[in-house]
Design a protein. Structure first.
Length: 404
């Protein structure tokens, strides 16, 4: 007991004497950061204010945060913006990013997406990762009044190479779909693996799908299972559905288990994934094994061919000036069949195109008289088509020439 009391006294002595000494050995700015971390915002402000007056960009940005968040001072968005602007003018990347996002959202300033893009571009060129990622998203989605898929890919690449998980996943998606770059399955897998190493949930789901399908990697249900568990636990309907399929089909490192399959399909259905209900119904029905598997396979091939031919014919009848939403593009039918086998309607078109002497499968949705109508429709897609990658808005005439 005496030993514990002595230790307590020693720790108290250290905290009351040595920590302030350590703080004094720091620079004035670092001392302010030390007090900020302790929750002593008044002391932090008193140390940073003279530095900010002398033109210290880090101090200006930090005081801006205090006013922006109302810590140690009365919340004052206008003063916060003034401090952020001062730090931004001195080329402090984090201030440029923070101020850019303020303009983008219209918080404390009049909303100005052009100014937001200008500031984020500065921060991105200063190698600020979050700015690179946000700038890429702006160019990808046309949110800053300028849609440019090539520039989006450029900034996704910069952020991905700097180790930002969400950017690595976005870049992987672009290589796998050919959006803003050339189709490259190998590069897509590479960046999915990089993002997965950082426990990016969306990347784990997509890489799990690749192992499930055997796309770009050897089919491995065990590996797919392990990758899909984390996103499934976060409620991903697709991840839950794929876990159900793994147990329903069995093999490739996982034993077939009807009860496990039903469990995962039910959870996927609860998460709103439409295809899960159909699979549950199929499992609950008594079905007789096919007496002629070869014949059944041939029937499926014929059915698929007729489906592709019919949709290509429907697509050719569309007005050249209309717009469509390109959802997915892949080298193999199986990589898209997960969607097309379970959901088709008169607004969905699934067919083959020819690109660089290669056959590709493409899935598109809708046809709209104007670009604005198509853009509005991206947020109103059926849930099964609300994928991680945003649909690519394309004019009909740009696709017609390559339809087989």
């Amino acid at each position: 007991m005496r030993l514990i009391n002595r230790l307590s006294l020693c720790l108290l002595f250290f905290a009351s004497f040595f920590l302030p000494v350590i703080a004094m050995a720091m620079s004035k700015y670092d001392q302010g950061a030390y007090y900020f971390a302790q929750g002593d915002y008044i002391s932090a402000l008193s140390l940073w204010t003279p530095l900010a007056s002398e033109g210290n960009a880090a101090a200006q940005y930090s005081i801006g945060l205090l006013y922006d968040q109302g810590k140690g001072v009365k919340k004052d968005s206008k003063r916060a913006i003034q401090y952020f602007q001062s730090a931004s003018d001195q080329n402090l990347a984090v201030a440029q990013y923070y101020l850019g996002m303020k303009y983008f959202a219209g918080l404390g300033v009049t909303k100005d997406t052009t100014q937001a893009r200008h500031l984020l571009n500065k921060a991105a060129k200063n190698d600020y990762i979050k700015a690179q990622f946000q700038l890429a998203n702006m160019y990808d989605q046309g949110k800053a009044n300028q849609q440019n898929h090539m520039l989006a890919t450029h900034w996704f690449t910069k952020a991905a190479e700097n180790g930002y998980g969400p950017a690595q996943h976005s870049l992987a998606t672009r290589f796998l779909t050919g959006k803003g770059t050339t189709l490259n399955l190998k590069q897509g897998i590479f960046w999915l693996e990089k993002a997965t190493e950082q426990h990016d949930s969306d990347a784990m789901r997509d890489l799990g799908f690749m192992y499930f399908k055997g796309m770009g990697v050897k089919k491995d249900f065990k590996q797919a299972h392990d990758l899909l568990i984390p996103p499934a636990e976060e409620g991903s309907g697709l991840a839950l559905f794929l876990l159900g399929e793994i147990y329903a089909q069995g093999g490739h490192g996982v034993n077939k288990d009807r009860q496990q399959a039903k469990k995962w399909f039910q959870l996927s259905n609860n998460a709103g994934y439409k295809a899960a209900q159909q699979r549950l119904s199929q499992l609950n029905k008594y079905s007789t094994p096919s007496t002629n598997p070869v014949q059944e396979t041939n029937k499926k091939k014929v059915s698929t061919h007729l489906h592709l031919k019919k949709d290509a014919s429907r697509f050719k009848q569309l007005d050249n000036q209309h717009y469509i939403l390109q959802l997915l593009i892949a080298r193999q039918y199986d990589s898209i069949s997960q969607l097309t086998d379970h959901y088709t309607d008169e607004k969905t078109y699934f067919f083959k195109i020819e690109k660089d002497n290669n056959e590709l499968y493409i899935l598109i949705y809708g046809h709209f008289k104007s670009y604005d109508e198509a853009k509005k429709a991206t947020s109103q897609l059926p849930k099964i088509f609300q994928l991680k990658s945003k649909p690519w808005i394309r004019q009909v005439k740009h696709l017609k020439a390559s339809v087989l």
